[in-house]
Design a protein around this ligand. Structure first.
Ligand code: TXA
Ligand code: MG
Length: 356
């Protein structure tokens, strides 16, 4: 398949180019596009044949449901059975933006999107290219992240080209994604809303609107637990670069000491090690390949770069990535969720002890 790459500047959107991509979507084709979180691989959410192409292109298991993206808040109503009252508050506060909500579905939503569940995930993105593309297509757009299944989500156009060139109809290159991590997935079908995937909107921010918010217990556990995550996608190995990833946890001093020791050990064993540091620590590593994820004081700089740094280490051909843990609060929760998944939950404590 020939993939057309369309360059669009989000600051000065070329409407002719955007309409061309919207036409492909409307006619049952597949289009990768930038959102504020990560790039999405879109298809007409009401066209089953188009939706099948998404699963094929990504190599995505068919039991993993898709998020439906809309351009206007009112577009949610035909897709859902009901909108609980407190959810309208969330829509007002966080849409457009990196919050996906799980509703009871209406008959309009094809089963292939929901993988047979009676609920549907919906998000209204804030990225101007995404918004305008969906609006021009005139249909809701189903879109998972635009990576091959299992790889880190794409946060730059070149990541999508690397994964999906020749597998989809169009790639819109619209620059870097600002948030850099996928949306928060919040189930609003129950009495107390539950976070199924931590993301760009923090638990603390949701609690300010809702009061009580719960977190899917399966998120706290390791891979091999008997608890099955309520969000089907969370059970798969994910975000995995080619290199082995080891996360080192503890206070900053012990993290640095442990990583330096591991680096020496790995290099003695003939392996190329990469260190995933932070702005606060990066100068404390004397040699080897060190890339900072961003600043611990400004975790949004880390979310912005996390997936990109994982891919950059792969480009450098490292065998093992030694990654610093961050504090699990606010955005740190989502950062650690992705890092631990990338590491297959291989965590070492800076001050001794290994949690496998
Ligand atoms: O930021 C994002 O959410 C990006 C951009 C493109 O919008 N999309 C994204 O899609 O991350 P995807 O498919 O990579 O992740 C969607 C997650 C999966 O974990 C999936 O299992 C979950 O949402 N999900 C979708 N529908 C669901 C449902 N009805 N119930 C529970 N989880 C659902
Ligand atoms: Mg994904």
């Amino acid at each position: 398949m020939k993939t057309k790459i369309i360059e669009i500047d989000p600051q000065a959107i070329d409407l002719d180019k955007l309409s061309e991509a919207a036409e492909v979507l409307r006619n049952g084709g597949t289009v990768a596009f930038p959102t504020e979180t990560v790039y999405g691989l879109g298809a007409n959410a009401l066209d089953e044949a188009a939706l099948r192409k998404i699963f094929e292109a990504k190599g995505r298991p068919s039991d993993n449901p898709l998020i439906v993206h809309i351009a206007q808040k009112e577009d949610v109503y035909p897709l859902v059975a009901d909108v609980p009252e407190k959810v309208t508050l969330l829509m007002e506060k966080f849409w457009p933006g990196p919050l996906t909500m799980i509703f009871r579905k209406s008959a309009a939503v094809p089963h292939i999107i929901t993988a047979g569940l009676d609920t549907v995930a919906i998000r209204m993105p804030s990225h101007p290219v995404a918004r305008l593309l969906i609006e021009k297509a005139g249909v809701p757009v189903a879109a998972p992240s635009a990576n091959l299944s299992g790889k880190p989500s794409p946060t730059r156009g070149c990541h999508v080209v690397e994964d999906l060139l020749g597998r989809i109809d169009v790639i819109i290159n619209g620059g870097d994604c600002s948030v850099g991590l996928e949306s928060t997935v919040l189930d609003v079908t129950g009495e107390v809303p539950m976070i199924l995937r931590p993301g760009g909107i923090t638990k603390e921010a949701l609690e300010e609107v809702l009061g009580e918010v719960s977190v899917d217990a399966a998120l706290e556990r390791k891979n091999e637990t008997s608890l099955i995550p309520k969000s089907p996608g969370m059970k798969y190995t994910h975000y995995a670069p080619k290199a082995e990833v080891i996360v080192v946890e503890g206070d900053m001093e012990s993290i640095v000491r442990k990583i330096r020791q591991l680096q020496q050990e790995k290099e003695k064993a003939g392996l190329k090690a990469g260190i995933m540091a932070t702005d606060e620590t990066k100068d404390q590593y004397e040699n080897g390949l060190v890339i900072s994820m961003g600043s611990r004081k400004r975790p949004e700089t880390i979310t912005h770069r996390l997936f990109r740094v994982l891919r950059d280490f792969d480009d450098q051909g490292v065998d093992v990535i030694l990654a610093e843990a961050v504090e699990r609060k606010g955005l740190g929760d989502a950062i650690m969720n992705r890092l631990l998944k990338a590491a297959g939950y291989h965590v070492i404590r800076g001050n001794g002890g290994e949690i496998k």
